[in-house]
Ligand binder design. Structure first.
Ligand code: 8YV
Length: 320
């Protein structure tokens, strides 16, 4: 069996893969194995460990050939993988759920605080060497603690980790999603609502959904219009869930207050219109970028591949 890894795994995960004794190839060029190289590298592979930026479609599976039994995505999201094509070919698809919930929720909260309290604007202001003295109105923003309402769109594993943080900040929490009416959510004071109510009542709206045909442009011009004019939108999920051009218009025209973004519709390209707005805080898709988190993601990807190649179920196979 041969496993192809499309990037350099974190140190410990790489050692774990080496210890399995499986033959491996690793693409070690700049991150993002070019398509032609990828199609060549996977030929005859039994397993692939890959990134969100690798398009794992029918063509790639056929380039690998009938030996391919498992695709382990180094990410919880797997919108880059054609799961139906994998199922047809008997290929197991696995992801890395759970291990990155806290890291992603931490980043969502960092963006929430930075946008609400205008931290990045303040930082730019001070660094620019502006003459300033204390003024009652200087960078006044949204009070997060003690009453602001957070709307969590898609309360799953990551959304719940965000809810735990919001509860500690004494925020009111409303949420949509499968676990919004669970006992765990109730214990955090979460109120389950439908999206229209969430949009109109929330001071901060944070997205925690996978990208699917159903969630593509879930937040468009009409949804932005429904939000409070002071609303803060946080996206650490997937860019195309938000209509980015509509978002730029809304931020520019005062339809909403601010946005904290880790993901973009045309990633890694970030719309120029976003970058010229003062009420936007950006990050380059670093939600899971904690050192220990990345090791855990790597270990889980390795475990998913080795389990399948040993004839066992993958610990975290996706539903197909
Ligand atoms: C990954 C992510 O770092 O898990 C996800 O879905 O978006 C991030 O954690 C990224 O996808 C790299 O593969």
């Amino acid at each position: 069996d041969h496993v192809h890894v499309t990037f350099e795994l974190p140190t410990r995960a790489a050692a774990e893969l080496a210890a399995t004794g499986l033959a491996t190839t690793v693409y070690s060029g700049p991150t993002g194995e070019p398509r032609a190289s990828l199609l060549e590298s996977v030929r005859g592979a039994s397993g692939i460990i890959c990134l969100l930026s690798d398009r794992i479609d029918a063509e790639l599976m056929d380039a690998a050939g009938p030996s391919l039994r498992v695709v382990a995505n180094y990410a919880v999201g797997y919108d880059n993988v054609d799961v139906a094509a994998a199922k047809e070919r008997g290929i197991v698809v696995a992801n890395t759920p759970g291990v990155l919930d806290n890291a992603t929720a931490d980043l969502a909260f960092a963006l929430l605080l930075a946008t609400s309290r205008r931290l990045v604007e303040s930082d730019r202001f001070v660094r620019a060497g502006n003459d300033w003295k204390w003024e009652p109105d200087l960078f006044v923003g949204l009070d997060v603690s003690g009453g602001a309402t957070l709307g969590i769109v898609g309360l799953g594993r990551i959304g719940m980790a965000v809810a735990r943080r919001a509860a500690a900040f004494d925020m009111q929490i409303v949420a949509t999603g499968s676990r919004a009416s669970s006992p765990e959510a109730a214990a955090l004071g979460v109120r389950a609502v439908e999206l229209p109510e969430l949009l109109t009542t929330s001071d901060v709206i944070s997205l925690h959904l996978p990208l699917t045909p159903d969630t593509h442009h879930l937040i468009g011009a009409a949804e932005l219009q429904a939000m409070k004019t002071s609303a803060v939108l946080i996206n650490t999920a997937r860019g195309p869930i938000v209509d980015e051009l509509a978002l730029i218009d809304a931020l520019r025209d005062g339809v909403i207050g601010a946005a904290g973004l880790d993901v973009y519709e045309w990633e890694p390209t970030v719309s120029k219109g976003l970058l010229s707005l003062p009420n936007v805080v950006t990050a380059p898709h670093i939600g899971s970028a904690g050192r220990a988190t990345r090791e855990k993601m790597g270990s889980l990807a390795v475990q998913n591949v080795t389990a399948v190649l040993a004839g066992r179920p993958a610990p975290t196979a996706v539903a197909s």
